[in-house]
Design a protein around this ligand. Structure first.
Ligand SMILES: [Fe+2]
Ligand SMILES: [Fe+2]
Length: 345
């Protein structure tokens, strides 16, 4: 027997023939189903169902008041968790086929052997057990997905707070995200890829939460030791986000948004195509936003100056020239400037 004591399970036998019904009930009582109930027709069966939770109804087809097929239809509609097995006379095979088509679990032909009935009862118990397990697993998965979404929202909030800690980086990640969106759309990436890149850009600097405030807030140039601390932020951010499954796809952008095409970047010194295109897009969007923003130690570059700086970085082999061209096309169309001017970003 599957899943707990059979004594806790209620079966219902519906048959207008007293002898058939009573002998089956007696057999079920002896076979470990002391709570097996009986009814003489479909109408009485519905009375029992309205009072008790029944896992299986074994019903005759031809009965006065309400027959088995009508009862089956009512049960499928009103008690979907209850299974039905039908019992047919030897001339009623068409009804049995109809019953199976209408959702009956099984059928028996009279005269049936009690062992057949117990075989069906056990298969129903096993099927319902598996259905419950599958439902529980689905609920568990949904709970995990919800937890994951909450963690993602938390990380996004942390990323915003990290930007806000320093007046010079306020909204930096939001702007980097919007510039990345412009670039990703311009090179024709699909909607899912665009959204992934935007999300990666929004959390790309999350690792700065681990960089001491006195380093982030320092007025003037950083010492080598301080810069070493700043250089830890991509790896720290990637470590944090790889614990959240829905952020896993953006971890490469977080870890490699300071890598250079010539291998001179950090933290891994990746070169060329070893740097995923997502990370190369965020790299350029991030760089543009940084050089066109005010810093404690310098003024923001003008649009023309920043465009020249981007070209210079490409000549030195640090930035991807194809993606840099995409950015500069967006700048030429005035789209990037609109990102900064936007009231919401
Ligand atoms: Fe960064
Ligand atoms: Fe950044």
């Amino acid at each position: 027997m599957v899943d707990g004591s059979p004594g806790n399970r209620t079966l219902l036998v519906v048959d207008d023939e007293d002898a058939v019904r009573r002998s089956l009930i007696a057999f079920l009582h002896q076979s470990g189903f002391p709570s097996a109930r009986e009814a003489r027709n479909g109408s009485e069966a519905l009375d029992v169902l309205s009072r008790e939770r029944v896992f299986l109804v074994i019903t005759d087809i031809s009965m006065p008041v309400m027959g088995g097929l009508e009862l089956l239809a009512r049960i499928r509609r009103e008690y979907p968790e209850t299974d039905v097995a039908v019992v047919t006379g030897h001339l009623e095979l068409d009804f049995a086929i109809q019953a199976i088509k209408n959702g009956a679990f099984d059928y028996f032909k009279k005269p049936f052997r009690f062992e057949e009935v117990i075989g069906t009862v056990n298969r129903v118990i096993e099927k319902q057990h598996l259905q419950r397990r599958s439902l529980e697993l689905e609920l568990l998965k949904e709970r995990r997905r919800a937890e994951d979404r909450h963690l993602k929202d938390f990380v996004l909030a942390l990323a915003k707070i990290t930007d806000m800690k320093n007046p010079y980086t306020r909204k930096h990640s939001d702007r980097t995200s919007e510039i990345s969106r412009l670039m990703a759309e311009r090179i024709g990436l699909g909607a899912d890829d665009v959204e992934r890149i935007c999300l990666g850009a929004r959390v790309h600097d999350i690792g700065k939460i681990a960089v001491p405030d006195h380093v982030l807030d320092k007025q003037g140039r950083l010492t080598e030791a301080e810069f070493d601390l700043v250089k830890e932020h991509p790896a720290r951010g990637a470590d944090l986000c790889q614990r959240v499954s829905c952020l896993m796809p953006v971890v490469p952008m977080i870890r490699w948004h300071h890598e250079n095409l010539d291998g001179s970047g950090y933290p891994d010194g990746l070169k060329g195509d070893a740097i995923p295109v997502d990370a190369r897009i965020v790299r350029i969007a991030d760089y543009w936003d940084a050089i066109t923003s005010q810093r404690s130690y310098r003024k923001p570059m003008t649009t023309d100056g920043a465009a020249r700086q981007i070209e210079y970085e490409c000549e030195w082999g640090r930035l991807d020239p194809d993606l840099a061209r995409v950015l500069l096309d967006c700048v030429g169309a005035g789209l990037v400037q609109r990102v900064r001017a936007s009231a919401t970003v």
